[in-house]
Ligand binder design. Structure first.
Ligand SMILES: Nc1ncnc2c1ncn2[C@@H]1O[C@H](COP(=O)(O)OP(=O)(O)OP(=O)(O)O)[C@@H](O)[C@H]1O
Length: 316
């Protein structure tokens, strides 16, 4: 299966180390969400993936082959700074871009009509781009990334500034493209959306990948907490032994959340099961327990945990 491989990228802008050993893969058919705070290095990674910026070291490959001019033509890219000609008509611009990527005039017109229809801007085809609202310009920008039937999609914050309907349209298009076998790499600060849409997520901080995987995998590596609905914590939490690593993190009336600290990855599953049973036993000893559930953290919570953990400074 062809894969987009981001392989050990390093990049500095003068004294600023924008990327350090950035590594991940996006196989065909997968939607990979790239998240990280402002200045973390997302745009830099995507520009290198597209081949418009050279890394200091490392390589980007598609289907085992370094991204060269030929591969670059097969990438659909939505730049962060956007890149449409404001005074050109929507239809002329999209046909022009498709022609640049080698489509015949008939194919280009066909693709322009199809994508403006799918993205809900068909009625604005003859307008200059600058006359469209920002959201509609963004739909045209996505059409521009898609109009040459790219094999790979690299989209820098495609959802920013879109209304909920446009978000749904854009999400539908990305899903459909992924189902057609295209690897989709996109960055976003809208973590709820990333959680809904992505097969895998990469969280970056200071130019380094600090967590990567399916959201379920990130959850299973994250903090372990249980929510208990029963007697108040004051009636049973003191009986949790000091050496158990269990502590109450919140308690409101009958609802108590208990967390397990410092579990080594290897011991995690059995320790987690033991800890859950210990919490339940303690709560039951104090009265009836109406519900007992592991806390499922959202991507926002996982993200906060990961980015607030200090990263190791690599040896100089
Ligand atoms: N052309 C440039 N010259 C100098 N420094 C740059 C340049 N482009 C980016 N940087 C720096 O590199 C780092 C990574 O920036 P990058 O734009 O890749 O981050 P980002 O994750 O895309 O951020 P955002 O979420 O704000 O778009 C930042 O410290 C930024 O200031």
């Amino acid at each position: 299966m062809p894969t987009l491989e981001i392989d050990h990228l390093d990049k500095a802008y003068g004294p600023v180390r924008a990327l350090r050993d950035m590594t991940f893969d996006v196989p065909s058919g997968e939607i990979f969400g790239f998240v990280g705070s402002n200045g973390a290095g997302k745009t830099t990674t995507m520009r290198i993936a597209l081949g418009v910026l050279a890394p200091d070291s490392g390589q980007v490959r598609w289907d085992g082959r370094p991204v060269d001019l030929e591969v670059r033509r097969r990438i659909g890219y939505m730049p962060e700074e956007r890149g449409l000609y404001p005074r050109m008509r929507v239809d002329e611009q999209l046909v022009y871009l498709a022609r640049l990527h080698g489509k015949t005039p008939a194919e280009a017109k066909d693709a322009m009509e199809r994508w403006t229809e799918i993205l809900g801007v068909a009625h604005r085809r003859t307008d200059e781009v600058q006359k469209l609202s920002l959201g509609n310009q963004q739909r045209v920008q996505l059409a521009a990334a898609l109009v040459h039937d790219p094999e790979i999609l690299v989209l820098d914050e495609p959802f920013s500034g879109l209304d909920p309907v446009a978000v749904d349209v854009m999400s539908g298009v990305l899903r459909e493209r992924a189902e057609a076998g295209v690897p989709v790499l996109f960055s976003s600060h809208q973590l709820d959306l990333v959680e809904r849409l992505c097969d895998r997520v990469g969280i970056i901080k200071d130019g380094q990948m600090v967590a990567e995987g399916a959201i379920e995998e990130l959850r299973s590596e994250g903090r372990l907490q249980w929510s208990v609905d029963g007697a108040p914590a004051s009636a049973w939490a003191p009986s949790l032994s000091a050496g158990s690593g269990l502590r109450v993190v919140s308690s409101e009336g009958p609802r108590t959340v208990v967390e397990l600290d410092g579990v080594s990855a290897a011991a995690r599953t059995s320790t987690a099961d033991d800890a859950a049973q210990a919490v339940l036993r303690a709560a039951l000893a104090a009265g009836p327990v109406r519900s007992f559930t592991p806390v499922r953290h959202s991507l926002v919570e996982l993200y906060r945990d990961v980015v607030s953990t200090p990263t190791e400074e690599p040896a100089a």
